[in-house]
Design a protein around this ligand. Structure first.
Ligand SMILES: Cc1cc2nc3c(=O)[nH]c(=O)nc-3n(C[C@H](O)[C@H](O)[C@H](O)COP(=O)(O)OP(=O)(O)OC[C@H]3O[C@@H](n4cnc5c(N)ncnc54)[C@H](O)[C@@H]3O)c2cc1C
Length: 471
């Protein structure tokens, strides 16, 4: 290590305490490998500040020593955004110690939290105040609010409540030079110029370090109905989405699409999972929430599904009769990612399309993929209500998964070309990180890339914040 590097480490230890600067290889290891085990980097140290003032001092010290900083929350991100590169000169800045719930304002329906608070802890704190923080991801026990904001996370309730971006009223950010921007406003209306907080949301740690946020809370639902419907194809699923929106309005909180293949994998790797509507090619999982108890929500959902059946939109449906049954239906959906991990590597796409373009996209893209890679298995599921599909391509049954993923660039081109031609996006909710950096450069217009680069160089002129990510 260089003399200046060693001096910087001593200074970081003085700022956060020696116990909170990790340098031994086994201590650093969990912070330099991503959740999916796809990226492995190296770091000079992992630094764990305990307050915004400490983050500010750490960033200033790193800036003075020209050390790159990689912010990290729960390290559950899907695109390698929180993993440093292999050079080994970066400092991983872990926000995990900053997990205070600074306060709940019931009358204003807001909660102020530190960036390292897990999503589940924030949901719990809202629930304790009889309110709802609606962001919901399968990783909620480990992912953090800082990570959720920095990736503009989506999840299963976007249809009703929006993405992370839509749930934020204010942020506190440490800038690349160490200054703190206190933008912790708890206002639903604030038209005082540029909406700076939105710059940091979804920027994956490349523009600043989010240290705290004011989040919007909602009335907690008093009634919840979960149902699974079986359908002939994606066009019918889109029709059902429209019919359910018409019938239930904004009580429709989640509308997930699951292909038979995705369901099969989920059940295969989670023995004991139910199979309530066997033998159909497509399924949708619906969640409907209401704050009112009367009239009974289940009746409204049943009537809406019965109408859909009469019009031949759905082939069959089942409504969960208890919380436990609802949880088991949701587990079918939430276990898909883990099931795929156990099944072996595959080529993942997290895409967004106009909902009206989805049925044609699915039909045409699968044909093109199989034409190029005979026997390849296309596994489709996702948040249909938001136009967001997880479109994953796996090796043919029995074929070598590792060898197959070497085809990633060719498969990406087939899938992403069609996404972009249909007016879609190559990243709906997982971000860019290092995984899709080259794809972003391939598909974004020169004008858009230029604007992004100018923003980056205005806020981080020396390029020390999460280098090599996004741009
Ligand atoms: C089983 C599973 C299911 C998932 N389901 C979903 C889903 O449905 N929808 C969805 O959107 N995502 C999902 N994810 C992905 C992931 O959980 C989200 O991207 C989450 O928001 C990441 O939070 P994190 O705290 O783990 O962030 P990390 O992985 O630690 O970091 C993610 C990015 O944010 C940056 N960052 C982290 N904290 C800060 C900070 N305080 N300031 C600045 N930058 C920061 C990092 O540098 C990195 O670029 C899932 C992941 C898993 C493992």
């Amino acid at each position: 290590m260089t003399h200046s590097g060693a001096t910087a480490l001593e200074q970081l230890k003085r700022i956060v305490g020696a116990d909170h600067v990790l340098t031994a290889a086994p201590d650093v290891e969990p912070f330099v490998v991503d959740a999916r085990g796809r990226y492995r980097g190296a770091a000079r140290a992992v630094v764990q500040p305990g307050s915004t003032a400490e983050v500010s001092d750490v960033v200033r010290a790193c800036s003075e020593a020209s050390l790159p900083l990689v912010p990290q929350g729960g390290n559950t991100g899907m695109c390698g955004g929180a993993t440093p590169d292999a050079r080994g000169d970066a400092i991983v800045l872990s926000l995990a110690r900053m997990r205070a719930i600074r306060g709940v304002d019931r009358a204003n329906a807001t909660i102020t939290v530190e960036a390292g608070a897990t999503l589940a802890a924030v949901q719990d704190a809202a629930r304790a105040a009889d309110l709802l923080f609606p962001l919901s991801l399968a990783s909620e026990g480990s992912c953090t609010i800082g990570g959720n904001l920095s990736t503009n996370a989506g999840g299963t309730a976007v249809l009703r409540y929006g993405n992370a971006r839509d749930l934020v009223l204010g942020v506190e950010v440490v800038l690349a030079d160490g200054r703190v921007w206190d933008g912790l406003r708890a206002l639903r209306k604030d038209n005082t110029g540029y909406d700076l907080k939105q710059l940091f949301i979804g920027s994956e740690g490349t523009l600043g370090i989010v240290t705290a946020a004011v989040l919007e809370l909602f009335a907690a639902p008093n009634a919840r109905v979960t149902a699974l419907a079986a359908l002939a194809d994606v066009a019918h699923a889109v029709e059902l989405l429209h019919a359910m929106k018409q019938a239930l309005g904004d009580r429709l909180a989640g509308f997930e699409l699951i292909s038979a293949r995705a369901l099969h994998l989920s059940r295969k790797h989670h023995p004991g999972s139910p199979d309530p509507l066997p033998g159909h090619p497509w399924y949708t999982l619906l969640q409907v929430d209401d704050t009112a108890v009367d009239p009974p929500l289940a009746d409204a959902v049943e009537t809406a599904l019965a109408h859909a059946a009469e019009r031949d939109i759905i082939a069959d449906a089942t409504i969960a009769q208890s919380r436990e049954q609802a949880a088991r239906l949701w587990a079918l959906r939430e276990n898909i990612s883990e099931a795929q991990r156990r099944e072996g590597q595959n080529i993942k796409h997290d895409i967004a399309l106009p909902i009206s373009a989805i049925a044609q996209f699915v039909a045409q893209t699968e044909a093109a993929v199989i034409d190029a890679f005979p026997g390849a298995r296309v596994i489709v599921f996702g948040h249909l209500g938001d136009g967001n599909l997880h479109y994953n391509v796996a090796a043919a049954d029995g074929a070598d998964a590792r060898q197959f993923v070497a085809n990633t660039p060719a498969v990406n081109r087939i899938v992403h070309d069609r996404v972009v031609a249909a007016g879609g996006s190559i990243s709906a909710e997982h971000g860019i990180g290092q995984l899709k950096r080259d794809e972003l450069a391939h598909y974004k217009s020169a004008v858009e890339l230029d604007l992004m680069r100018r923003i980056k160089s205005a806020l981080d002129p020396r390029g020390l914040l999460n280098p090599g990510k996004v741009l």
